[in-house]
Write a protein that binds this ligand. Structure first.
Ligand code: GLU
Length: 321
């Protein structure tokens, strides 16, 4: 059995030997005890060596294309090592376009190699076990750290330094790695894959609403951006004064309404004050459902890159949200 592993930089690759020096994929896996007993060969490729904040949609989709070829040529699964900062977004981007049953597993580390309790080796071993596991087939993109398996659709980075930073507030982990065995407890819903085309000129902004936010300058956003995600208060509310600004934008570009809380869904028909979810939907905002702002932005940018019109955007959020 063959697993394709792509190394994309991040903390798991920070060598600590010399400023800026990074471990290669081969060096990362050389530090992992127990890989011999995996029953699979890791086919390691160095894709990018950057902090994950510097990854782009293009980088990620290039890796998806390479991984897709590897699976077509017989790889049973895929592992990507990368920085954890943007993992929740890259994983969801992969999940939206991944067309195989073979597991696509993303992992990383919170502690640098060589430090006390470095978590990279354990995470790589667990990720490789999941990538090689029949139980993980058909689940799309998965995030594996801390011996937990999270669906890309739900996972979030919730802490700046903890090794238990990855959580899925709406669903919990979909599985665990226990004594080397992959236990899947829940099957995340899968939707048909979206086109993996990407147009770098498509810009989607994210505006997080704050107390007393008057949105000055927001109305000019449609001149530079093709879409906007609003991270609203609670169930999808904004200050009343902001509602006409967002409504004006929604006449020109798709504007998706999400919650800044980090868990739960925006509502559809409970409140009716200016700036409420009902008011904003009447002004043309699209309901993001259970998608958090970061994931909603990934979906909207991918859709607009593929040339989706308003009806397709509405339909996609109705299905994915
Ligand atoms: N936490 C950073 C990341 O998500 C690591 C920074 C680095 O790799 O230099 O990639």
């Amino acid at each position: 059995m063959r697993i394709a592993l792509y190394a994309l930089g991040g903390t798991i690759s920070v060598s600590g030997r010399a400023k800026g020096e990074r471990l290669t994929g081969a060096e990362i896996i050389a530090a992992v005890p127990g890989l011999d007993g995996l029953g699979a060969v890791l086919d390691v490729r160095d894709a990018q060596a950057v902090p994950s904040g510097s990854l782009t949609f293009a980088h990620v989709l290039d890796v998806v294309r390479a991984a897709s070829r590897a699976v077509d040529e017989g790889a049973a699964g895929v592992v990507v090592t990368q920085g954890t900062d943007t993992l929740e977004e890259t994983a969801f981007l992969v999940d939206l376009v991944w067309r195989h049953d073979a597991p696509f597993v993303l992992t990383g580390a919170m502690r640098r190699p060589g430090t006390a309790g470095a978590d990279g080796p354990a995470n790589v071993l667990a990720a490789a076990r999941v990538a090689a596991s029949d139980a993980a087939r058909g689940l799309g993109a998965l995030v594996v750290l801390n011996d937990e398996v999270h669906a890309a659709r739900w996972v979030r980075k919730s802490h700046s330094t903890s090794t238990a930073t990855f959580v899925s507030p709406n669903a919990g982990p979909v599985g665990h790695v226990v004594e080397g065995r992959v236990r899947v407890l829940a099957v995340p819903p899968r939707r048909p894959p979206l086109p993996a085309g990407y147009d770098a000129s498509v810009r989607v902004a994210l505006h997080c609403v704050t107390l007393d936010d008057d949105g000055v300058g927001l109305e000019r956003l449609a001149e530079t951006h093709q879409g906007l995600v609003v991270a609203g208060f609670g169930v999808g509310h904004v200050p009343g004064a902001l509602a006409p600004v967002l409504g004006g934008l929604a006449d020109r570009i798709p504007v998706v309404l999400t919650s800044r809380t980090g868990g739960g869904s925006v509502l559809r028909h409970t409140y009716s004050a200016p700036g409420s979810e009902t008011d904003l939907q009447q002004r043309g905002l699209i309901n993001g459902g259970l998608l958090d702002p970061y994931k909603a932005r990934v979906l909207l940018r991918l859709l607009l890159s593929a040339g989706a019109g308003r009806d397709e955007v509405v339909a996609a959020f109705a299905s994915h949200g």
